[in-house]
Write a protein that binds this ligand. Structure first.
Ligand SMILES: O=C[C@H](O)COP(=O)(O)O
Length: 309
């Protein structure tokens, strides 16, 4: 068994095996451990670095973005993307990756407007074949050629309204990575449980099934973004409780701990300014919907995520 523990650190994450755990417990005099996560007091971090330099994985660069879903017409979308271009500098200043996912018709416009920035452009879906008689579908090959770099897949709205399943999402994940696109796959439980602990248990069980399908479909060394979006928190007045999100996203991180490729975990679902700080232990950033329509809100979120608060 390997990588059974994940140690959080402001600048790094550490994956260690059971042997190392015994050593680490002695070294740091830690008695209380709740696998798979271990909290180490900040003044002891340097001891971990010297004890386990080999298992060190660099901290993942944080990431913030928004999907415009089908909210705006073409003119408003263009104006919005021009506004996003102005936030590139803000994102760079705080080392945050920024992305925007417009409607399909606006993708080429977005790529053109953002060509001199670091902002990534994504699409809201893509098909599992690259070409052929698939009326109405959009080829991942063409998406790549258009200059997009992200493909959002398996969003709850597509699962609910267009019959998408773990299986179809997985096929699309494979096709996206085959074409050099990064899949941003949405996962999350449908219902909130009767109690806090039941909600966490249900969420982890449902996410595990979704994550397994994604991991089987994505090459192990590919870049992957998982957006944890509890379905009941999408389009709501406020995001899911921070404790809930942190428990679930830590469990998701454990599920993907053995991947070779970079795997970043986002939270989405009524997120906005003020959401990130309490989630910082669990997620690498936020995926916004409505609350990014006001670009001032998005700017604040970029700053908050970049500063970790
Ligand atoms: O794609 C984004 C998510 O579905 C969240 O949307 P929302 O923030 O409007 O709830």
């Amino acid at each position: 068994m390997k990588a059974t523990l994940l140690l959080s650190h402001p600048r790094a994450a550490y994956f260690i095996g059971p042997q190392s755990l015994i050593l680490l417990r002695q070294h740091l005099s830690i008695s209380r451990i709740s696998p798979p996560f271990l909290s180490v007091p900040e003044d002891q971090h340097s001891k971990i670095i010297s004890l386990h330099p080999i298992g060190m994985v660099p901290h993942k660069r944080r990431i913030v973005g928004t999907s415009l879903k089908m909210y705006f017409d073409l003119h408003r979308t263009q104006e919005y993307i021009e506004g996003i271009a102005k936030l590139d500098k803000d994102a760079q200043e705080v080392d945050v990756d920024l992305f925007v996912i417009p409607d399909f018709l606006s993708v080429c416009t977005a790529v053109e407007i953002l060509k001199d920035t670091n902002v990534m452009v994504g699409v809201q879906d893509s098909y599992w074949e690259d070409a052929g008689a698939h009326t109405g579908e959009v080829s991942p090959l063409n998406i790549k050629q258009a200059g997009a770099s992200l493909v959002e897949l398996g969003h709850a709205e597509r699962r609910a309204r267009f019959g998408e399943t773990d299986e179809t999402t997985a096929r699309k994940v494979t096709a996206a990575t085959r074409n050099g696109l990064t899949p941003l796959v949405c996962i999350g439980e449908k219902e909130r449980g009767a109690s806090a602990s039941q909600s966490v248990g249900t969420a982890i069980a449902e996410c595990e099934k979704q994550v397994k399908a994604i991991l089987a479909a994505a090459p192990d060394d590919s870049d992957l973004i998982l957006a944890y979006e509890p379905v009941w928190a999408i389009g709501a007045a406020k995001p899911a409780d921070a404790d809930h999100v942190v428990y679930v996203t830590k469990a998701i991180r454990h599920m993907v701990a053995n991947r070779k490729g970079r795997t970043r975990i986002l939270y989405g679902g009524s997120a906005g300014p003020g959401t990130y700080k309490a989630l910082a232990d669990g997620v690498d950033g936020l995926f916004l919907g409505r609350f990014a329509h006001d670009l001032q809100n998005l700017k604040r979120v970029i700053e908050e995520v970049g500063r970790g608060k």
